[in-house]
Design a protein around this ligand. Structure first.
Ligand SMILES: *Cc1c(COP(=O)(O)O)cnc(C)c1O
Length: 310
């Protein structure tokens, strides 16, 4: 018996053609409305369910925010304690939001890699399950449900636009396309300058590690993409593009005004493509944009970014 999912089926909207410079009506998949505030509950929820079904009595996850709160929401639904290890860079607001779910929040290290190493060690020591934020086949399988939903809704689309951090979401989208017989549909993979580890890997033709993350889109701040994601460049049509932080913020503001929903700059990056890379997008007829969401945003944060960038 398949486990019933912890994520919800999210709305799919269609914009007017004049919504963006692309001149195309856009399909928007509103994963910002997941109970965890982002798509991450899809994969993290599935992974946590499997771990608990295998006997895990405790869950550890390292995260800058959205994977952590997804693990916290999943753990709560499954009735197991969850500990989220966040780096010092995770804002007090995000720490508070994660803690509000009942999860323990530990602050460790100045960057994600340090927080992650600590979470791995703690999980091993306590014989608990460890949940990676983007590098696990069950995460990709869970994220793939977003494509299942769009297909089930009967929406016809001919390209998918998504943000990329470590690449778990991208891998899930490719998995979803494949399992729905849509392996020819290309994916536009979007990063912000300063967090563009996939873009750097495409240019170098090998996986590279960025020296630092300098973008405000912290949810895209994986210094290196997963090996599986790098390998997908060979087997799926994937186009890597970048936008600036300012462009990502502008897209968040435009989206908030149009749809009355706040999303992180990490998500604004994907939304920005319809204006910033309108020429590339207009090679297609019906793009689908994954509105991945994120909890690292507030009215105050958006105002501050507006003041800084626009
Ligand atoms: C995690 C996350 C991403 C990036 O996902 P990856 O699987 O790391 O590529 C993008 N946007 C938001 C809001 C996220 O939480």
């Amino acid at each position: 018996m398949p486990l019933s999912p912890l994520h919800i089926e999210t709305p799919l909207l269609r914009t007017a053609a004049d919504y963006s410079a692309s001149g195309l009506p856009l399909w928007l998949k509103l994963d910002a409305l997941q109970p965890s505030g982002s798509f991450k509950l899809r994969g993290v929820g599935l992974l946590c369910q499997h771990e608990v079904a295998k006997g895990a009595r405790e869950i550890f996850c390292a995260s800058g925010g959205n994977a952590g709160i997804a693990a916290a929401v999943a753990g709560k639904a499954l009735g197991v304690p969850v500990t989220i290890v966040v780096p010092e860079t995770t804002s007090p607001e995000v720490r508070t939001r994660i803690a509000a779910t009942g999860a323990s929040v530990l602050v460790h290290g100045s960057v994600f890699d340090e927080a992650n190493a600590h979470a791995v060690a703690l999980a091993a020591e306590r014989k608990a399950a460890y949940v990676h934020p983007y590098d696990h086949p069950l995460l990709w399988e869970g994220h793939a449900t977003l494509i299942d939903e769009v297909v089930k809704a009967g929406a016809e689309f001919d390209c998918v636009v998504t943000s990329v951090g470590g690449g778990g979401l991208l891998a899930g989208i490719v998995e979803g396309l494949r399992r729905n017989g849509l392996r020819d549909i290309p994916v536009m993979a979007v990063e912000t300058e300063g967090a563009a580890s996939l873009n750097a890997a495409v240019a170098a033709k090998e996986r590279v590690t960025l020296p630092a993350i300098t973008s405000i889109a912290v949810s895209l701040g994986a210094r290196q993409v997963a090996q599986h994601v790098f390998d997908l460049l060979e087997t799926h049509p994937i186009e890597s593009v970048t936008v600036t932080d300012a462009e990502a913020v502008a897209a968040c503001l435009k989206f908030a005004d149009a749809h009355r929903v706040l999303v992180e700059p990490a998500c604004g990056a994907a939304l920005a493509v319809a204006d910033v890379h309108a020429d590339r997008l207009s090679r297609y007829k019906a793009p689908l944009i994954e509105v991945c969401g994120g909890i690292g945003v507030s009215l105050a944060a958006l105002e501050a970014w507006r003041a800084r960038f626009l």
